[in-house]
Design a protein around this ligand. Structure first.
Ligand code: ADP
Ligand code: MG
Length: 388
């Protein structure tokens, strides 16, 4: 789960990670009020969407008067912001963060992620702040310093010094940086974060470190014990069909191809999508019905997949282990009664009672249900049907 910049900054404040002061606004008038409350004579109006690259897309703008704050807020609120992370369809801006303008003397990058290979969180810093870190990692990886932090000992001074040296900070600034980084480590660990990105971390004219931007992602499996974080969830930032699927215990991820996939198990989903690609097609989604492929879940699965108008065929690829294939076949027939399925459905069932299942499907005599003999055969048939 991801949160907005303004929410991440609120969390930062609780842990003593310095950020500029700011207020959230849903209307241009609220933006003006926010600016007046902050005082000063320079403000930044920032679109709040779950994507980076807002500055380049026109979603972060500097204002030199409250009249300008109002004008910029009315431009940004309601705009469909397109950045390299939103995809070509962009994202609707529903709120802006009005922040005091910071006096930027230097821009750095500071981030934290879980390194699954090391089994430890890693903190990363770079002098190349304000740029896309993926590009820095690609073109000049030596400009990124990384330290792995063993959670059993926690963040120590030497971790901070290693990062500070990597940033070429002068001696007198090192302690302030270590304090910043060690507070950030606390934010990460105590809230079960998966990712924090501060790009840019700035040094101000009076030598302070400030998180000018803040991006945070959390471990969904830990949300049950992070109520304060769960409450920050913004459903309007998520794919509506994915939320609906979640309510029915289905895992659904929307993709941009034409072959809908209904499978049981994430590994099989991966294999199915790979095979569809291998035979020249593109998967429209990843839908995992889980262990219980009952008529109701299968019907709900069809309904969700068919909400995507790009879907031209559906490939049902289910392995009957605990759930028997004949029951799944009957489930599919039942499901087509519950939901109008108007695209070809290619079904490959393997495992317990697979032969009976194929017989059931063939005997049903429904013309748009096509039985497949194996994975590759099914994928080919589904891709061919989608191309028609
Ligand atoms: P994004 O990464 O989505 O483009 P940022 O929060 O990093 O959004 O803002 C983009 C740029 O705008 C920053 O690199 C910085 O130069 C400028 N900026 C952002 N917030 C402020 C602020 N409070 N004061 C001054 N400049 C800012
Ligand atoms: Mg940024």
């Amino acid at each position: 789960m991801n949160i907005h910049e303004y929410q991440a900054k609120e969390l930062f404040k609780k842990y003593g990670v310095p950020t500029p002061r700011g207020h959230i606004a849903y209307t241009p008038d609220e933006a003006v009020k926010a600016a007046q409350e902050l005082g000063g004579n320079i403000w930044v109006v920032k679109a709040q969407i779950h994507a980076g690259g807002r500055g380049l897309g026109g979603g972060v703008k500097l204002a030199k008067s409250t009249a300008e704050v109002k004008e910029l807020a009315s431009q940004i609120l309601g705009m469909t912001l397109i950045t390299h992370q939103t995809g070509p369809e962009g994202k609707l801006v529903q709120k802006v963060y009005v922040e005091e303008g910071a006096d930027i003397k230097a821009e750095y990058y500071l981030g934290m992620v879980l390194d699954r290979a090391l089994e430890m969180p890693v903190m990363m810093a770079s002098t190349e702040g304000g740029m896309e870190i993926e590009e820095v990692a690609h073109n000049s990886p030596e400009k990124i310093v990384k330290v792995a932090i063993d959670p059993t000992i926690g963040f120590q001074g030497f971790h901070g010094r290693e990062l500070a040296f990597g940033l070429n900070l002068p001696k007198e600034e090192i302690n302030a940086f270590i304090k910043f980084a060690s507070s950030l480590y606390k934010v990460y660990m105590e809230n079960d974060a998966e990712m924090i990105e501060i790009n840019p971390l700035i040094k101000t004219g009076d030598g302070k470190f400030l998180a000018l931007d803040a991006k945070m992602g959390f471990d969904n499996n830990a949300l049950y014990r992070q109520n304060a974080i769960s409450e920050m969830r913004d459903l309007s930032e998520e794919e509506p069909t994915e939320i609906e699927a979640g309510n029915y215990g289905l895992s659904y991820i929307k993709l941009d191809g034409t072959v809908g996939c209904m499978v049981n198990g994430a590994g099989l989903a991966m294999g199915t999508m790979d095979t569809i690609n291998y035979v020249g097609g593109t998967p429209a989604n990843f839908l995992d019905v889980g262990g219980s492929a009952s008529p109701e879940t299968v019907a709900k699965g069809f309904e969700i997949i068919l909400k995507d108008k790009n879907v031209k065929s559906i490939f049902v690829n289910i392995f009957g282990g605990i759930v028997r294939c004949d029951r799944v076949a009957n489930g599919i027939l039942e499901a087509t009664k519950l939901t109008k399925v108007d695209v070809p459905v290619i079904v490959r069932l393997d495992g317990t009672n697979a032969a009976q299942a194929i017989e059931i499907l063939n005997n049903a005599g429904i013309s748009n249900i096509i039985a497949a003999s194996d994975l590759e055969d099914g994928a080919r048939k589904a891709v061919e049907a989608a191309a028609k």
